[in-house]
Design a binder for this molecule. Structure first.
Ligand SMILES: N[C@@H](CCC(=O)N[C@@H](CS)C(=O)NCC(=O)O)C(=O)O
Length: 231
């Protein structure tokens, strides 16, 4: 444990950085921010490759520790401040939180993020062939419908406030970033009332408006464009 502030290499509007920024703001964790501009390709430069060979944000530097993967960063920070959102001494609740974070990180993010939202809003991820782009979006949209249905009916359901139970957990912070990225493509969520209710709860966290400022600006800049979304 160090006494200097950890440094977060991040892009403020990023899906995987916003959960960390929100978690830290809600827990009073101070970070030094180093902005890596994804829009100008700073993450592809040699200087950044030496920090993260995967050339993605976020990365956390805390003393000798250089940590990639947003899910791992959230867990590390939660451990450090002994947060009840990732409770020590409750292996069953932790297992549940890990399960839902893995679910968001693998199936949901791959389809909703990399096969549906990103190819439409990030030029370097858009497929150069129009047919391949259309097929990618089709796959992303149809698989995302299944993931959103599972989140709505099975993980949250009509009875729970959050994705694991009635207490906020790391899985909620993480999932909030991933699901809310749908705003970039104007994703409507009326068909998923429990997801809608949960997102509203997360968006009421005191720090969420400030954390979302850059993201909201990005959403506003895309207003009026037509995108493929989950039907
Ligand atoms: N598995 C990684 C994924 C990180 C990720 O997808 N980062 C995006 C921003 S939200 C990124 O850096 N994208 C750059 C690119 O794809 O070129 C994590 O969870 O940290």
């Amino acid at each position: 444990m160090t006494h200097t502030k950890p440094t977060l290499y991040m892009f403020p509007a990023s899906t995987t950085c916003r959960p960390i920024l929100l978690f830290c703001a809600q827990h009073g964790i101070e970070l030094e921010h180093v902005v890596v501009n994804l829009m100008t390709g700073e993450h592809m430069a040699d200087a950044y490759r030496s920090i993260n060979p995967a050339q993605r944000v976020p990365v956390l530097r805390d003393g000798a520790l250089l940590l990639t993967e947003s899910s791992s960063i959230l867990k590390y920070l939660a451990e450090k401040v002994n947060s009840p959102t990732y409770p020590k001494g409750d292996p069953i609740r932790r297992a549940r939180i890990n399960e839902r974070m893995d679910w968001f990180n693998t199936g949901f993010y791959m389809d909703f993020g990399y096969n549906l939202v990103y190819p439409q809003v990030l030029p370097h991820i858009k497929r150069s062939d129009a047919d391949v782009q259309a097929a990618t979006l089709e796959l992303g949209a149809s698989n995302s419908a299944r993931w959103l249905t599972q989140l709505d009916e099975h993980w949250i359901g009509p009875e729970r406030n959050y994705v694991c139970d009635d207490e906020i957990s790391l899985a909620d912070y993480f999932g909030w970033g991933l699901v809310s990225m749908g705003e970039l493509i104007g994703q409507r969520l009326e068909r998923y009332p429990n997801v809608t209710r949960w997102l509203e709860t997360m968006n009421r966290l005191p720090a969420s408006t400030e954390v979302n400022a850059a993201f909201d600006g990005w959403v506003a800049s895309l207003d009026g464009q037509s995108f493929r979304s989950v039907a």
